[in-house]
Design a protein around this ligand. Sequence first.
Ligand code: SF4
Ligand code: SF4
Length: 313
Amino acid sequence: MSKIKIAVSWNSSCGGCDESIVDIEEKILDVAEKAEFVFWPCAMDFKYSDLDKFEEKEIAVALINGGIQNSEQYHVVKKLRNKSELIVAFGSCACFGGIPSLANLTSVKEIFNVSYINSPTVVNPEGVWPKSTASPDGYDLSLPKMFSSVYKLDDVIKVDYFLPGCPPTAELIIKALEAILSGNLPERGSVLAPDTSLCRSCNRNDTKPENILIERVKRIHQIEADPEICFLAQDVLCMGPVSRDGCDYPCIRGNMPCTGCMGPVSSTDQGAEMVGLLGAILSGDSEELADPAGTFYRYSVAASFLGRKRKEN
Ligand code: SF4
Ligand code: SF4
């Protein structure tokens, strides 16, 4: 029996999602028995032109991580959509924009300013600014155009399945790959993770008070956190109530509150849900809420009500 073809591709992401596929350890051998990786630029020396040799829908599944932030990424994911039967938005950046989509709260000009001019570690006395075209030694070179926003994958192409996580856990990846290889997949458009909030499986849920009242929000470094008690009962913000389950709560087990990397439950707006919750449980003013967007929308600006003004032509 011929092996099915799998493609893996990355966009605006950190490489962690690519690495998480290798983290399934010996299970990768089971995958290799039934499938071949025909395109995986982060792991092997593939060129984007390698995609041209495939017929329409010849690739069984493309696992695409990262949000879309430039014209090259846009071009490649469009091509992968054409060449693949199934597209999986792999990881929270592809599903919701992820941390790179915090860029949507500022401008390309300001991002370049910080990166190339103003950072304390940058030495650029002539103020050289990135250009999209140049002709060194008579060769015309061009760079991809950076978009004014980071887009989640399904803003750009049709997505068949969503696998959230920063990165997705080995357990969720194995389940997803087993479903793909066996053809035993849920309805298209599904999220391949539980549709419940993290609190439901958290081992501290029993200690979460029925009625929470926070006088003053504390940050995790300001207290000696009790490793058994719900963070909200210790006046520390925890995104568990508004985040999707499925990560096996490594942060909570490490005595750190959830920052929400699994994204929202169902199609809710994660930050708006948290703001709503806080409206009900905060009693005092809190000078510590210095970065509400980064706290409530750390992984999901591109999927939120925020930063929607800028759209590419
Ligand atoms: S708020 Fe956080 S610590 Fe409390 S039960 Fe939910 S996930 Fe666990
Ligand atoms: S506990 Fe929260 S931040 Fe940590 S992995 Fe799970 S969803 Fe992500």
